[in-house]
Design a protein around this ligand. Sequence first.
Ligand code: SAH
Length: 251
Amino acid sequence: MPATPAWPPESLPRLYVPEPLSEGARLVLDGPPANYLCAVLRLTEGAAVKLFDNATGEWRAEIVEAGRKRVTLAVSARLRPREPVPDLWLLFAPIKRGRIDWLVEKATELGAARLVPVLTRRTIVDKLNLDRLRAHVVEAAEQCERTALPELAEPVKLPALLSGWPAGRALYFADEQGGTPLAEAVAPGPAALLVGPEGGFTAEERAAVRAVPEARPVALGPRILRADTAALAALSIWMATAGDWGAAPRG
Ligand code: SAH
């Protein structure tokens, strides 16, 4: 018996790769993924890993050549197809670094299909590092076993977002000044959740959102939540009522 149990039990390292995967394919990783497999995990030739490409699903692969800078992998078998993703967008006003990283990480775990930074009047963050956010999305997807990455959209200004709003997609607008409790408002079908910045929406913005035919002002309880808490609470409520939380976890 080992002195300490292995943790996590029998789980293989799991990595996202941007190249499309197929049985028998060989791929070479360098940079941080190679460093992670060989320097951090100290894997050597023959070790198995799981890969997913956001297109074809999840695959098993074996290391055929391991170096600190370069790792060659041979893809051996498909383990799972790409998962269906509930059609939910999270529209969020950027918040400061740290909190926004946490927000995209958790939104990925909770199952969002698309993450859209929305610039509002009181948004205080003017520079957004999408590459850093995307790295958090990928890391969260690797960790939580997603086979589909949420799309991280370019930031959009609120008026442009509203004027191009797609017909038929419900826009649940988290309004700290009141609305229908979200759990009661949720209906099946494509949806989006809109959450404001730390300073909230202006009166004009609230009116503009409410003017969209698909907009449904919703409340998230009697307390004022921080923007990140509001986004994740709303996501959880939608997932539990209209999303895929009725499904049992895998394995
Ligand atoms: N400073 C603002 C609060 C902003 S909270 C004020 O004092 O009015 C940040 C965002 O979280 C809000 O714009 C809203 O979208 C959401 N939010 C927070 N608490 C909420 C609640 N109880 N119901 C609905 N939305 C809420």
